[in-house]
Ligand binder design. Structure first.
Ligand SMILES: CC[C@H](C(=O)O)C(=O)SCCNC(=O)CCNC(=O)[C@H](O)C(C)(C)COP(=O)(O)OP(=O)(O)OC[C@H]1O[C@@H](n2cnc3c(N)ncnc32)[C@H](O)[C@@H]1OP(=O)(O)O
Ligand SMILES: [Co+2]
Length: 134
């Protein structure tokens, strides 16, 4: 069911500061910042040869990463995102395996313009998983 690793996401308290650190200390290639009000985040991608790292800052009130940053004020690894060929089939399979899909269970359009879903971290070894249709 699993395709390639699309991204690893880091929640950061200050996106501009994180970008500057990645740019100057690591020589990283960064995407332009993008606001995703539907998801409550502002995002920049660090482009790598084999995958991407997603830097996330809270946007607006009720951001899903706000509480994470309260618990981890310096930031930290927030989720991993796997590609799947068929998101509805992947969701149905996971639900059949007893995993809980977050939200209303319906896909939303993610930062790459593709449908995404999130799986409860309590059902996957404490790691929040995002599934993205390839
Ligand atoms: C889609 C756009 C973009 C993209 O790539 O395309 C993105 O990736 S946007 C990413 C931001 N969106 C989301 O994360 C959506 C899914 N997340 C959620 O619905 C919530 O963040 C949720 C349910 C995972 C946690 O909600 P909340 O923070 O309100 O809950 P608590 O603080 O009460 O935590 C409950 C419990 O879960 C543990 N937890 C929270 N976040 C994580 C995490 N990222 N990884 C692992 N575990 C997490 C937290 O420690 C609590 O554990 P407990 O043992 O009960 O103390
Ligand atoms: Co993501």
């Amino acid at each position: 069911m699993l395709g390639r690793l699309d991204h690893v996401a880091l929640a950061v308290p200050d996106l501009d500061a994180a970008c500057e650190r990645y740019r100057s200390a690591l020589g990283a290639r960064l995407s332009p910042p993008k606001d995703l009000p539907d998801h409550g985040v502002r995002v920049v991608f660090v482009e790598l040869e084999n995958t991407r790292v997603e830097l996330l800052e809270p946007l607006g009130t009720g951001s899903p990463i706000a509480r994470f940053l309260e618990a981890n004020p310096a930031g930290g690894m927030h989720h991993i995102c796997y590609e799947v060929a068929d998101l509805a089939a992947a969701r149905d399979r996971l639900v059949g395996e007893g995993a809980r899909i977050l939200g209303d269970g319906e896909p939303k359009i993610g930062a790459a313009g593709k449908p995404v879903l999130f799986v409860n971290p309590k059902d996957f070894a404490g790691t929040l998983i995002e599934l993205e249709e390839a």
